[in-house]
Design a protein around this ligand. Structure first.
Ligand SMILES: [Zn+2]
Length: 308
C-alpha cells in the first residue's frame, strides 16, 4: 500500500516497478507521416522516469521514443498503471473510486453525442478502452445501444461485466473482430494510450458501418504543457502519444474520417471529435507554419524564467 503522507517522489520510488528494466522498442518511423527525422523534446516524464518525448520534424507528431513494448504495457495496465497514477496524485485512484468521476464524464459525453445518436437508428456500440463500463452503460441506457467494452485491464473489465455489458479483455491492437461491424465506435480517453494510432484508426474505420460514427477525444498536448508551463509535466509513460488538434485531424483525414463536431471540454484539456466515415486523404499533414510554431512554443515554455 502506498503511504500517501510521503512526498511524491518517495511514493513513486516505493512502487514495485522498475521503468529502466522494461523492454522497449525504438521508433524508426513517425506513426503519422512515416518520416524519420525527430527532435528530442524532453528527457524525463512527470514521474521522473527517463522517458524521452520526440517530435517528428516533418509533421509535428509527439511520441515516446523508445517506447515500452505491447507486452510491457499489458503488464503495466495489470499492476502498475493505477497505483502509479495514485502515487502521483497522492490519493487512491482505482476502478471503484473512478466510478463517480466516470458518471460525470458519461453524462457529459451523452450531451455531446445526443444530436448524433438520438433517433439515429444506430444500434451497436464498441467502447474501446472502456475501462469499468460506466460510460458504455450510460450511453446504452440513454440511447438504447447494445454495448461492448474492450479494455486490457482485467479488474476494470470485471466491473464492466457487472453492468451486464459484453466485455472483451484485450488491447485493441490484438483484438480480431472477424466480420463483426459496429454502428458506433468510441475511443474515450484512450487514443493517447495506443501503441499504433494510425493502425488502430485504420482498423476502426474497417469495423464501422458506412453510416456509423466515431467518437474520439485527445489530451491536447499544447494545453497540457501550457497549463503547467512545463513540457516534462505533460509527458507520462502511460501515454505513448501526445496529440495536438493538428496532428489528430491529420490522423483522422488519413484514415478516412470526416470531423462533424469538435468540442473543447470543460476541463480545457481534452478536445473531442465526432466523425463520420469518409474517403481517406493520404498524405494529410499539419501545415509547415503549425509545425514551426509548435517547436517555437515548446522552446518558449522550456525557457521561461522560473523561481529557483
Ligand atoms: Zn511525422
Amino acid at each position: 500500500m502506498t503511504d500517501y503522507s510521503q512526498p511524491r517522489a518517495a511514493r513513486i520510488a516505493a512502487l514495485p516497478f522498475d521503468f529502466t528494466a522494461q523492454p522497449t522498442r525504438t521508433v524508426e518511423a513517425c506513426n503519422l507521416c512515416g518520416r524519420s527525422t525527430f527532435v528530442v523534446l524532453t528527457h524525463r516524464d512527470r514521474y521522473g522516469y527517463p522517458a524521452q518525448a520526440h517530435a517528428c520534424e516533418f509533421c509535428g507528431l509527439v511520441f515516446l521514443n523508445p517506447v515500452m513494448t505491447g507486452e510491457a504495457y499489458g503488464q503495466f495496465y495489470q499492476g502498475t498503471y493505477r497505483p502509479l497514477v495514485s502515487a502521483y496524485h497522492g490519493r487512491l485512484i482505482d476502478a471503484q473510486t473512478m466510478q463517480g468521476e466516470q458518471q460525470e464524464y458519461a453524462a457529459d459525453r451523452a450531451g455531446l453525442l445526443a444530436p448524433f445518436l438520438k433517433d439515429s437508428g444506430l444500434k451497436t456500440l464498441l467502447d474501446i478502452g472502456g475501462s469499468t463500463g460506466v460510460v458504455a452503460h450510460h450511453l446504452s441506457r440513454v440511447f438504447g445501444l447494445e454495448a461492448a467494452v474492450l479494455d486490457p485491464a482485467p479488474l476494470e473489465v470485471e466491473e464492466a461485466r457487472k453492468f451486464g455489458l459484453e466485455t472483451i479483455t484485450a488491447l485493441v491492437e490484438d483484438y480480431d473482430p472477424g466480420t463483426r461491424r459496429f454502428d458506433v465506435v468510441a475511443l474515450f480517453q484512450t487514443v493517447d494510450h495506443l501503441l499504433d494510432v494510425g493502425g488502430t484508426l485504420a482498423r476502426i474505420r474497417s469495423l464501422i458501418n458506412d453510416n456509423g460514427l466515431l467518437f474520439v477525444d485527445i489530451v491536447d498536448f499544447r494545453a497540457a504543457y501550457l497549463r503547467n508551463w512545463s513540457v516534462e509535466e505533460a509527458v507520462k509513460i502511460d501515454h505513448p502519444y501526445y496529440l495536438t488538434q493538428e496532428t489528430m485531424r491529420a490522423y483522422l483525414a488519413r484514415t478516412g474520417f470526416e470531423v462533424v463536431r469538435t468540442d473543447y471540454a470543460g476541463d480545457h484539456l481534452h478536445v473531442s471529435y465526432v466523425c463520420r466515415p469518409s474517403q481517406p486523404r493520404a498524405g494529410a499533414v499539419p501545415t509547415v507554419e503549425v509545425i514551426r510554431s509548435l517547436f517555437q512554443e515548446v522552446r518558449y515554455v522550456q525557457n521561461a524564467p522560473r523561481a529557483k
